[in-house]
Design a protein around this ligand. Structure first.
Ligand SMILES: Cc1cc2nc3c(=O)[nH]c(=O)nc-3n(C[C@H](O)[C@H](O)[C@H](O)COP(=O)(O)OP(=O)(O)OC[C@H]3O[C@@H](n4cnc5c(N)ncnc54)[C@H](O)[C@@H]3O)c2cc1C
Length: 457
């Protein structure tokens, strides 16, 4: 096995957190930083994300006249996470938010002007923006290269080197050769485990059959590597779930974005038996968990007057997409009567469900789920059903760290030489995530990990 004695800091994983950590480590004075990425290109989930980032108390908000503070953001974050976040980790995230935005700007990430500020889901204020093109990865890659970070692609890390209770490097593969790379510090930035069905099944079997929106490399490697070195893990059951089409071919129709709009117009959700199960205007976290109590999928039911385009639909028109989904048969169904629709769905109870919904809307009182908004009857043919099932967007649990991004063992003691940042860690978000907080986490904890990995040596 070859040895590379020159490497001082090794960063495992080349998404947002890994790139921030690499740059921060160089800037903190590391003699050499190597970033090992198992896929043939950098980016991970960061590059496929919505590129929305949040922070409270930024200059951009000041320019836009939005009065906000890190504390106000913290209040929203804790509520979004059902008050299960690690308070110190969450507080560090929000407190460091404005400085992290400045840091990203200094490293050539482009933010839009104040007009780009908007209110993301579960926030009470406009504190989120979408990065201007080309997003986060490409500028950070350039910044890392310009600072001499040695980026190794197609280089999966397979295990950590342990010496006298200290992490002293990694064993990784490159061009079919297994090599030991020694380092003073190792930073894990390998993302979550949404693409690893076995791990999802192990930690939250209710979602074992959920689809995954994650990129291919997101298989929980960093968590297993850290555990083998004695690390503790936290909140492994916590998942960020989104409602998505039951069939991956649903790319012809973007049901996630449609769903909110159609529900607001009077669409209802029913379980595989055709019965309603939750206030359709409620929060998606509770809605999805309620849906899961009844089976692996559920349906959105609506009529012709609710089948209107959404501002979110790209390129193809809504009508084309809906027709294509109906033609597909699995994703969407269409019928001239509710009875025919119920037959297609194999859910005879739907007929009575829709009758009751219509009667309730006439009376202005939802007697089944106590919904108070969007009480509109489903009466105008054709009638539609879109089949949904949950999909994992993020796994929120992971390696336990402290506010200095040091990986902790089961007694809460830092494991010397081991740091972690980004989605590989757990505890910041708690039970659920609020918009734009994960990319902020990549920046804040990536920077902390990069600096700490040098300071501690
Ligand atoms: C569709 C989608 C949309 C999203 N939109 C948003 C959004 O708008 N705003 C927001 O805040 N969050 C969003 N998120 C969440 C956010 O993108 C992620 O939480 C964040 O990007 C994770 O960054 P990371 O650096 O921790 O991991 P990643 O960006 O996933 O990078 C991890 C990298 O590690 C590599 N790796 C894994 N194992 C190994 C190994 N053994 N050896 C070497 N390399 C390895 C992977 O290949 C990957 O490249 C979204 C997520 C998805 C899936």
């Amino acid at each position: 096995m070859a040895k590379n004695e020159n490497v001082k800091v090794i960063v495992v994983g080349g998404g947002g957190a890994g790139l921030c950590a690499s740059i921060a480590a160089v800037e903190a004075g590391a003699a050499g930083v190597t970033l090992m990425e198992k896929m043939p290109k950098l980016g991970g989930d960061t590059i496929i994300s919505g590129m929305v980032i949040s922070a409270g108390g930024t200059h951009l908000q000041e320019q836009a006249g939005v009065q906000d503070t890190p504390h106000q953001y913290l209040i929203d974050l804790l509520a979004g996470g059902r008050y299960t976040s690690d308070l110190m980790l969450a507080a560090t995230l929000v407190q460091s938010g404005p400085a992290a935005w400045e840091w990203l700007t200094k490293h050539d990430c482009q933010f839009p002007g104040p007009e780009g500020l908007h209110v993301q889901h579960d926030h009470t204020l406009a504190r989120s923006v979408k990065f201007a093109p080309p997003g986060m990865i490409s500028p950070l890659k350039q910044a890392a290269e310009a600072r001499g970070v040695n980026i190794m692609l197609s280089s999966p890390v397979q295990s950590l080197v342990l010496e006298d209770g200290r992490v002293a490097g990694v064993i990784g593969e490159k061009d079919g050769q297994t090599t030991e790379y020694l380092a003073d510090s190792v930073i894990l930035a390998t993302g979550g485990f949404g693409r690893n069905k076995d791990m999802v099944n192990q930690y939250n079997p209710k979602f074992a059959e959920a689809a995954s929106w994650n990129s291919l490399g997101i298989t929980g490697d960093g968590i297993t590597l850290a555990q083998a070195a004695g690390a503790d893990v936290v909140q492994m059951e916590a998942l960020r779930i989104i409602q998505t089409g039951a069939d991956v071919r649903v790319k012809v129709l973007h049901p996630t974005y449609l769903m909110g709009q159609i529900r607001a117009l009077g669409g209802i959700l029913v379980n595989p038996d055709g019965k309603r199960f939750y206030d359709e205007m409620g929060r998606s976290y509770e809605m999805i968990h309620a849906a899961m109590a009844h089976g692996p999928f559920y349906f959105l039911i609506f009529d012709a007057k609710m089948a209107t385009p959404s501002q979110w639909l790209p390129e193809k028109t809504f009508e084309e997409q809906l027709n294509a989904a109906v033609k597909d048969g699995m994703v969407a169904m269409q019928a001239d009567t509710v009875k025919e629709l119920a037959d297609q769905m194999g859910a005879p109870a739907l007929v009575e469900t829709v009758q009751r919904w219509n009667a309730d809307t006439a009376e202005g009182e939802d007697t089944v789920c106590r919904r108070i908004e969007g009480l509109n009857p489903i009466t105008e043919p054709p009638f539609y059903a879109i089949r949904y099932k949950p999909a994992i967007v993020q796994t929120l649990g992971g390696v336990r760290i402290d506010t200095r991004a040091r990986v902790l063992d089961q007694s809460g003691r830092p494991i010397p030489g081991l740091y972690a940042a980004g989605q590989v860690t757990g505890g910041i978000h708690g039970a659920d995530y609020i918009g734009g907080s994960a990319l902020l986490e990549c920046a804040v904890y990536g920077i902390i990990a990069g600096q700490q990995a040098v300071i501690d040596v």
